[in-house]
Design a protein around this ligand. Structure first.
Ligand SMILES: C[S@@+](CC[C@H](N)C(=O)[O-])C[C@H]1O[C@@H](n2cnc3c(N)ncnc32)[C@H](O)[C@@H]1O
Length: 337
């Protein structure tokens, strides 16, 4: 019996209450509190008035976050940004504002209340708690879907510099972003190369939002928007297919269906590009948490290079590269065989 060291007990207490921290971060991010501090420190009452929060509840939440360095509580009681909360401002180049908000929204949060049942039964309980799959739920909840879309775009922005620095897209003629949402990665790739055309492929309600977002965009003439279901088919005849944060959403059987649809569509000289976390020795803790998050949400998983290789082998692809990069995703490339 060694668990009686006070520091170990305190650390355990902290870990047990970590979910309070996540929700507090999500709440202040969604309210836009960090944006209100860009010009300098402000008292909680002013922040509450500016964001539509209750002054005392906001003060206590900010105080708890300040204790661990997310904000700074000054001697006069005002709160200031720190390096951590700067990352929650909307205009930060690698902003996590909408990621924090979305991860605490109903579709991502409520399934975690059933973690016990998930580990006992070995499967996600989302359909029971949401009454629908996450995608059906989001289709009926456009405001939450909007925050999720922003979150995915910001995750793409986190990854883009790493991806474009380590992968040469200039040889492609036509890239299809499968489950591309707003196509943030695809748009960036097209911005940096003259040649390829792009297609964003996603579910019908998502494509409608992407259409609005793309209206008037300088690249709109190089991009097609196609609605459909990637379990059935994907737009055919392209030489590049992107799957970013798609395969990790699904169990192996569903990944095989998606990969078979792409195998039917891809040109013989094409390349499949998967951008997901890679479970390799030394992967950061968040990659393992994302793995469990995917299990809890919809029986998805993060994978090792060997697991990707096996999925590709069953669907007529061959793994050609699996490169960890300084980004929240790795580059996993396959070619049709
Ligand atoms: C985790 S998001 C990733 C979005 C985008 N690739 C990115 O990284 O920003 C998963 C995407 O898959 C889309 N999706 C889910 N089921 C789909 C289906 N059956 N057919 C096409 N797209 C689907 C969702 O609408 C969502 O945009």
């Amino acid at each position: 019996m060694r668990a009686d060291r006070p520091d170990a007990i305190a650390q355990m207490m902290d870990r047990i209450l970590s979910y309070c921290r996540s929700q507090a971060l999500g709440a202040v991010a969604r309210l836009g509190v960090p944006d209100q501090l860009v010009e300098g420190a402000r008292p909680a009452a002013e922040l509450a008035a500016a964001t539509g929060a209750d002054p005392e509840a906001l003060r206590r939440m900010l105080r708890a976050l300040a204790v661990e360095g997310v904000f700074e509580e000054q001697a006069d009681g005002a709160f200031a940004l720190t390096e951590l909360s700067e990352g929650l401002t909307t205009d930060h180049p690698r902003s996590l504002r909408w990621f924090a908000a979305s991860m605490c929204d109903h579709a991502h949060w409520t399934p975690w209340g059933k973690a016990h049942d998930v580990v006992v039964e070995g499967r996600s309980q989302t359909e029971k708690v949401l009454g629908a799959s996450p995608w059906e739920y989001l289709a009926g909840n456009p405001e939450e879907a909007g925050r999720f879309g922003e979150a995915m775009s910001s995750m793409s922005r986190q990854a883009i510099a790493g991806i474009t620095a380590h992968y040469d897209f200039s040889g492609f003629e036509h890239l299809v972003d499968v489950g591309g949402n707003r196509g943030t990665l695809l748009l960036d790739v097209l911005e940096h190369t003259d040649k390829p055309r792009g297609t964003i492929f996603d579910l019908p309600p998502v494509i409608e939002v992407a259409r609005g977002a793309l209206a008037g965009h300088a690249l709109a003439t190089r991009i097609d928007l196609v609605a459909g279901d990637f379990f059935e088919s994907v737009p055919a005849g392209a030489d590049g297919y992107i799957l970013k944060h798609i395969l990790h959403d699904w169990p192996d059987d569903d990944c095989l269906r998606i990969l078979r649809a792409i195998r039917k569509a891809i040109r013989d000289d094409g390349r499949l590009l998967v951008f997901d976390a890679l479970l390799v020795p030394g992967a950061p803790p968040w990659a393992y948490w994302l793995d469990v998050h995917m299990l809890v949400l919809q029986d998805g998983k993060e994978r090792s290079p060997e697991e990707f290789k096996a999925l590709f082998a069953e669907t007529g692809f061959e793994l050609t590269q699996a490169i960890p990069i300084p980004a929240p995703v790795a580059i996993i490339e396959a070619r049709p065989v």
